[in-house]
Design a binder for this molecule. Structure first.
Ligand SMILES: [Zn+2]
Length: 60
């Protein structure tokens, strides 16, 4: 099974969409990604099951 799943997230600062590769082997995870457009940090809360992303929440 491929545990790396690509999804698209929207930056809460500038609204830009960009792809994110998620390791779905962890059920609940939080991470901070820098927006590729405005370079501001985005706090991400992810809910996953192996091979699938169930929920993505972005906050600034
Ligand atoms: Zn941005």
């Amino acid at each position: 099974m491929d545990l790396l799943v690509e999804t698209e997230i929207a930056c809460p600062h500038c609204g830009e969409l960009f792809p994110l590769l998620v390791d779905t082997s962890q059920r609940e995870q939080t991470m901070v990604e820098d927006c590729s457009v405005c370079c501001r940090p985005i706090n991400l809360t992810l809910a996953c099951r192996p091979g699938e992303i169930l929920d993505v929440r972005e906050s600034d």
